[in-house]
Design a protein around this ligand. Sequence first.
Ligand code: NAG
Ligand code: NAG
Length: 593
Amino acid sequence: MMLFSRRRIWLLIFAAILFFFYRSFQSLNSAGPVPPIPASFRWSSFKFHHPVTSMHQLPTGKPLALPRVQNTFGTESASQRTLRLTRQKAVKDAFQRCWNSYRDRAWMSDELTPVTGEHVNTFGGWGATLVDSLDTLWIMGLRAEFDEAVAAASNISFEISSLPESTTREINVFETNIRYLGGFLAAYDLSNDDRLLKKAIEVGNMLYVAFDTPNRMPITRWKPHAAARGKKQLADEHVLLAEIGSFSLEFIRLSLLTGDPKWYDAVQRIMDLLQKQQQKSKLPGMWPVVVNARAKDFTQHKDYTLGAMADSLYEYLPKTYALAGGLLPMYKDMYKASMETAIRYNLFRPMLPDEKDVLISGMVILNTDRGETVAQIRPEGQHLVCFAGGMLALGGRLIQNQTHVEKGEKLTDGCVWAYQAMPFGIMPETFYMLPCESAEHCPWDESKWRQGVARIAGLDSNKAAPAKIEALIARKRLPKGFTHIPDTRYILRPEAIESVFILYRITGRPDLLESAWAMWEAIDSNTRTELANSALGDVTLTEGKPEKSDSMESFWLGETLKYFYLIFSEPGLISLDEYVFNTEAHPLKRLLP
Ligand SMILES: *[C@@H]1O[C@H](CO)[C@@H](O)[C@H](O)[C@H]1NC(C)=O
Ligand SMILES: *[C@@H]1O[C@H](CO)[C@@H](O)[C@H](O)[C@H]1NC(C)=O
């Protein structure tokens, strides 16, 4: 393909050289001494370029009595209780082993490396594992460890003078919000220890500066030092939906606890826009994965999913409705409208060898073909999207729609199925399956499955030799039902047990306890190291053991182990009628009548 004539090419080269000189000149200019930030600088007294002139005020009024979420559990038998407590103890033992190793070898850093026993800073260097684990320590009744951890955590400073320039050149505002702010708020809600609220306010004051842009849309990948020096900020044109849309639980809780409406105001400006544009996107009811914060446009891109990069925006809609005691009905409306669309377009029934009736949530891609918009489903399952079953079950209870609860059950069953179908009993990060033509009638057809495998590998599914397809299936180690496994890792993620836990609390289905235990045994036995537990490189292996990749993200202690512990606890411990979990599994208190 000829894109440029020869003359144009010379022009382009000339322009490139000019640009190069211009950039070097620019960087020479900016390489001068940077003005130091005074040690007395505090985020709380930041001089805003774009202060808010009319502030949204927190809702007043008496919280509503929302419909009951949890199942009414009867009394358990003595043997059920013994079994449950044995399982609960196994989870707690694993937590303590990991915690002690973190404490001995990686104290105050973000993560322990579970194979080599070193430490790494991956989330700003403020002790992500420490802060993420505070509420788990409390919930597991580890009071001495909790007290020690709170004393250490209250020593972490989020003020600029304590931020090492090297580790905080740019921070992820979303991750800082869900892990640190969420972690402090939940630990405060459980313990009422004022030192924790003080830390939450400090993180909140820092993050609030990322919202100091002309249109008050936040910068999601944010440079705190530049901001502290007074550099003017502009929201980005390409922002991930989840990263701009998942502030409501933490920010509203912080405003409710402090009485200061500024965080509530900050998040409402985003949510008001999302609501206004909800029916204007290419897939009305949902928003695309990438949005334009600078232009305040949440409608343009073509990919729509409940999965990675969008997920927690949807998750936060019913949960914020519950957190605010029903006083913010817009969250309920947005939840209903988005699920109307997602249930219709994103969920599909996969063709499985045992013909089990489950659902998977895929991505809808909208392309334009000769002026017409065509919706296509990419039948990709993800470990991340396994949260959706729990969300729909919870949302269904809150808005009293049994269809949501049923879809949530089938989605959760789909995740359990994917765990059980893999050789080690652990689901990979991502996989593809074959959608059935009908959700009601879905007979297993082995030749269709083989054709699906061939098609996704780019072969002509009608002409490819059977032996070639057979070799492909063997090489990719595809269990029947899977057509492709692009990402074979398991990185200690929580989403599957999260939904199993929520669904159990909502329905009381006893088989979920057995599924949870099978998942636990598979995960713990394969990820366990001398010190802790490690992410795995490839869970599709059919021989030997999956290789450990020496990583243990803070969500293992903050989320995965917490959900495993809670499903084997008494159902009154962190009842879903009193708390909502943020997307890092930090339970925040709901407003109750
Ligand atoms: C808090 O920080 C100070 C100064 O860095 C240190 O001496 C002290 O031991 C820390 N306290 C805790 C509980 O970690
Ligand atoms: C329940 O949810 C489904 C799916 O979004 C929707 O089609 C149905 O109308 C809802 N039912 C009620 C009674 O609102």
